[in-house]
Design a protein around this ligand. Structure first.
Ligand code: IYR
Length: 328
């Protein structure tokens, strides 16, 4: 796979395509970053953007992981001291998951976000941004009902992180896109370049195929799960046997989360996937590419129960090193 393919595979969106092409032409030594509010234990949402960082490392990029302690504090995630402690645990989880340690820089937000220059630049951005604009940027990130001033400051700090970390590309899930668009709009007002960004898709809830898989609601997978937990969650996952998922009562779209996890989590990390089947049901199936597995599931050649068995096996392989690290 060439650099452009590695950078863009499984991305829901890049902003902009021509900026990405320029980076792909000469990726050596370029820097990409993702910021995470510290949570200690990795879950499948972190793993999705981490897969993209691994792709970027393979393409020649250097990677910064921002452990966004100040952002978590602004988003009401607990005392600053507790958040800092959690951030320390998260670093080891990323390494266990497979980020290349020699090429990953971990930075705490509070290492630079409390400095004088940063604070003054932040105030300059506050002067340039209406409350309504900041609030819109936060709509998918914050869950609070009544917006606090901290939630208006949050996206401006996230925008400012990009020039302060000196990165060439900001990576995040699609829920971060409005913050990155805000960054493109406001950074030029303080003489900084509008940043390039790349967004990973949102994966539907494993149990229902609806909405977004998240750590706070519905069914998710985390590094704390035992093999048995994974098997039972994957077994109960929504996975219609054909290409036409059943409509929901409210007409909302339903995805097939089993296929999504194969596509975004398993195939990027394994060269081939084996689905084990007893001889009487046709014997093992071997897939080099996600599309072939999808086609077989949709044609009925591959039964959902067999696909789920393989999914649990490969997810367990991805999670086992992080689980072991937590036990140390
Ligand atoms: N908003 C992110 C956390 C975050 C991301 C970046 I990129 C930053 O520069 C700072 C914070 C979240 O929702 O987890």
């Amino acid at each position: 796979m060439n650099a452009h393919e590695l950078i863009t595979r499984n991305a829901a969106e890049v902003v902009t395509e021509s900026e990405i092409e320029a980076l792909a032409d000469d990726p050596e030594g370029k820097r990409a970053y993702v910021g995470y509010e510290p949570s200690g234990v990795l879950h499948i949402g972190h793993m999705l953007t981490a897969n993209k960082l691994i792709d970027l490392q393979e393409a020649g990029f250097e990677v910064t992981v921002l452990l966004a302690d100040v952002h978590a504090y602004l988003n009401d995630k607990g005392s600053f001291e507790d958040i800092r402690h959690t951030a320390e645990r998260m670093r080891d989880q990323f390494i266990a998951y497979g980020l290349d340690e020699s090429n990953t820089q971990f930075v705490l937000g509070s290492d630079f976000q409390l400095d004088d220059d940063y604070t003054l630049d932040l105030h300059a951005l506050e002067l340039e941004t209406t409350l309504a604009r900041a609030e819109r940027a936060m709509a998918e990130i914050s869950s609070g009902d009544s917006v606090k001033v901290s939630q208006a400051v949050y996206p401006l700090m996230q925008a400012l992180d990009i020039p302060y970390l000196g990165v060439d590309i900001a990576v995040g899930g699609m829920e971060q896109r409005k913050v990155h668009m805000l960054a493109r709009d406001v950074l030029p007002s303080i003489d900084r370049e509008p940043p390039t960004s790349l967004h990973t898709p949102l994966i539907a809830d494993l149990g229902t195929g609806r909405g977004k898989m998240s750590s706070s609601e519905g069914v998710t997978i985390s590094m704390e799960d035992t093999r048995e937990d994974i098997e039972s969650k994957v077994n109960d996952a929504y996975c219609p046997p054909t290409a036409d998922p059943e409509p929901t009562d409210d007409g909302a779209e339903r995805e097939n989360p089993v296929l999504q996890v194969f596509e975004y989590h398993v195939f990027p990390r394994f060269d081939a996937v084996t689905v084990e089947r007893p001889e009487e049901y046709g014997g093992d199936l071997e897939y080099d590419a996600y599309d072939d597995l999808e086609a077989d599931l949709e044609s009925g050649e591959l039964h959902p129960a067999d696909a789920k068995g393989a999914l649990a096996e490969y997810l367990d392989r991805l999670i086992a090193p992080g689980r072991q690290q937590l036990a140390e």
